[in-house]
Design a protein around this ligand. Structure first.
Ligand code: FES
Length: 80
C-alpha cells in the first residue's frame, strides 16, 4: 500500500510535516515497513481541503490531530 502526503506549501503550513513524522512512527511501531510505502508529493491542487493524503489513489483530508485515528481505521485493518 502506498500513502502519499502532500508537502506543498499550503499543506505544509497545516502540518503535513508532523503527519509524515507520525505516519513514519506508526508504520515502524506496527512493523509495517515492508507493507506500507510512504512518500511525499507537491501540491495536489486541492489546498482548501489539506492536508491531502492519498492511499492507493483514494483521497483523504488529514490534520496532525486526526492522523492516528486515520491510521488505525483506514490503514491497519487493510494491512493486517
Ligand atoms: S499544498 Fe497540498 S494540495 Fe496544495
Amino acid at each position: 500500500m502506498k500513502i502519499t502526503i502532500c508537502i506543498g506549501s499550503s499543506c505544509h503550513l497545516k502540518g503535513s510535516r508532523q503527519i509524515v513524522e507520525q505516519l513514519q512512527y506508526l508504520v515502524a511501531e506496527n512493523n509495517l515497513k515492508d507493507k506500507v510505502e510512504l512518500s511525499g508529493t507537491f501540491c495536489m491542487g486541492n489546498c482548501v481541503n489539506g492536508v491531502n493524503v492519498t492511499v492507493d489513489d483514494k483521497l483523504y483530508s488529514l490534520s496532525p490531530e486526526t492522523t492516528k485515528d486515520f491510521f488505525e481505521k483506514e490503514i491497519l485493518p487493510k494491512v493486517k
